[in-house]
Design a protein around this ligand. Structure first.
Ligand SMILES: C[S@@+](CC[C@H](N)C(=O)[O-])C[C@H]1O[C@@H](n2cnc3c(N)ncnc32)[C@H](O)[C@@H]1O
Length: 198
């Protein structure tokens, strides 16, 4: 399904600019040396962070998306360690300062604990997790994301998902999003930023 969406005619599905949460909050990545952008599609978030001087790795299961990520990195003149990989095939023991997960709500409640555990493993002790996604209200907006409330995040769900982590930001909010044809219009968003115990 994703490969089909990325192969369809048109510009970058979610645009070339990073998610606003990264662009508008430099404190998230300042002082970080390395980052992993999980399921980063066409690389908009990875390329942005590489442009800020971080050593960035990124993966996605869609070969077309990863090829476009490589083109975006080349255009920006920054190195990004890209790979085509399914979530399960990624080496989660390879630790980084920061794991960035932007709109990775392709799993439901059964698989989410495993997905969160994988990301937690890839954050070095004292490092940071940045999670940005949709709240259940997004299904009514219909402006992006899967049509499943069960896949969405609530503040309570995220607060409970990473026990012992120092929460630096947990905020639900609505805003107009303009991220290519994939995400466009009023959206019910949520940010979760937390530090792994050192
Ligand atoms: C909503 S898009 C977000 C892409 C990117 N994070 C961004 O913000 O532009 C979700 C991404 O998850 C990828 N994806 C879906 N299931 C996956 C899986 N099992 N393993 C790896 N990537 C997956 C898709 O190919 C797609 O690029």
């Amino acid at each position: 399904m994703w490969e089909e969406r990325y192969s369809a005619e048109g510009d970058y599905l979610f645009g070339r600019a990073p998610a606003a949460v990264l662009a508008e909050n430099p404190w998230l990545w300042q002082g970080m040396g390395s980052a992993l952008c999980v399921a980063d599609g066409e690389g908009r978030n990875a390329v942005f962070l590489a442009g800020q001087g971080l050593e960035v790795a990124a993966f996605d299961l869609s070969p077309t998306a990863v090829a476009r990520a490589e083109a975006l990195a080349a255009q920006a003149g920054v190195p990004v360690d890209t790979r085509v990989s399914d979530w399960a095939g990624y080496d989660w023991d390879r630790q980084v300062d920061m794991v960035v997960a932007i709109f990775v709500q392709f799993v439901g409640p059964d698989d989410r604990p495993g997905q969160f555990a994988d990301m937690a493993r890839a954050v070095r002790p004292g490092g940071r997790l940045v999670l940005h996604g949709y709240r259940p209200e997004q299904v009514d907006y219909g402006t992006g994301g899967p049509p499943s409330r069960a896949n969405m995040y609530t503040e309570g769900l995220l607060r409970d998902a990473f026990p012992g982590w120092q929460v630096e930001r947990l905020a639900g909010y609505d805003r107009d999003v303009d991220e290519g044809r994939g995400h466009s219009g009023r959206s019910a968003l949520i940010d979760f930023v937390a530090r792994k115990p050192g």
